[in-house]
Design a protein around this ligand. Structure first.
Ligand SMILES: Nc1ncnc2c1ncn2[C@@H]1O[C@H](COP(=O)(O)OP(=O)(O)O)[C@@H](O)[C@H]1O
Ligand SMILES: [Mg+2]
Length: 265
């Protein structure tokens, strides 16, 4: 077991030459990368660039047109490897996907009931423990609609972690949250990952926040991998394309243009 995110650890996932099109639209052209066990890998890219499609192809929610994904060295084309991955991977969806007519407690209990391992008493202990860790203990009997946006996101994370997964996929975990809460979500992911040692794959367009907590970065643009490596290398890169994306130069130019326009009037 790795004590901390370790970029040289053996890969838990290897993605090779993945391709996916919808009709004439090539969304993933030829995507290859590996995910070291214990890493927090952030997949960065503009909206509509194929990040969610990539996650879905990895876990088999979408069928890729070509390429292969392997989990601990076994191709997921092999049904036993796919079922091993599904037993141990959790997914935090962009829209949380909470069950509105179930309480907080019941939402978190569901994945344990679905897996049918352990006793009712063990489930109860696990649910209470994860609700405590995510500061939701007092909200156990409330319904999702009675929670703030930040609490709903913590509930979605509690539900993903209650089974003690080895791999957790987060799709835009900060979507719809204000900047302060966005930071809090990334800090929470980093803290939980340190405590529980899962491998985290986080899809996000919050570049600066992701850089603080991730050990690895993958930059996806127009269906291609434009960068794969450590966060430090991404942060320090002088490549003009990386700088433009990382430092959001387009947004800066836009702001300057609008200031100049306003000043001229
Ligand atoms: N099921 C689908 N059918 C057709 N097109 C899709 C489907 N899912 C995604 N797409 C298209 O693939 C592209 C990438 O989408 P997505 O992966 O959701 O982007 P993002 O990077 O914002 O997560 C978009 O152009 C989207 O319209
Ligand atoms: Mg998406």
């Amino acid at each position: 077991m790795n004590p901390s995110p370790n970029p040289v650890a053996a890969p838990i996932l290897e993605i090779s030459h993945l391709k996916k099109s919808f009709g004439p639209r090539e969304v993933l052209r030829d995507v290859s990368f590996s995910v070291p066990a214990g890493a927090i890998l952030s997949i960065l890219g503009r909206s509509g660039t194929g990040k969610s499609v990539l996650l879905k192809c990895i876990v088999g929610l979408l069928k890729s047109d070509a390429g292969d994904v392997s989990y601990k060295g076994s191709s997921l084309a092999n049904p036993s490897a796919l079922s091993a991955l599904r037993q141990t991977a959790s997914y935090v969806f962009q829209q949380n996907a909470l069950f509105d007519s179930s309480t907080v407690y019941e939402n978190v209990l569901l994945p344990l009931q679905a897996r049918r391992r352990g006793t009712r008493a063990e489930w109860d202990m696990r649910v209470r423990s994860i609700l405590g860790r995510l500061e939701l203990a007092d909200a156990a009997q409330r319904y999702p609609s009675e929670l703030s946006g930040g609490m709903q996101k913590r509930l979605a994370v509690a539900r993903a972690l209650v089974t003690d997964p080895e791999l957790v996929f987060f799709d835009e975990p900060t979507a719809g949250l204000d900047p302060l809460r966005r930071n809090a979500v990334f800090e929470m992911i980093a803290k939980l990952q340190q405590e529980s040692k899962f491998t985290a794959i986080v899809v996000t367009h919050d570049v600066q926040e992701a850089l603080v907590v991730s050990s690895r970065i993958l930059w996806l643009d127009a269906g291609d991998v434009r960068f794969e490596g450590t966060s430090a290398d991404f942060s320090e890169s002088r490549d003009p394309d990386i700088c433009a994306f990382r430092d959001n130069i387009e947004a800066l130019r836009e702001a300057v243009r609008s200031m100049q326009t306003n000043a001229a009037h």
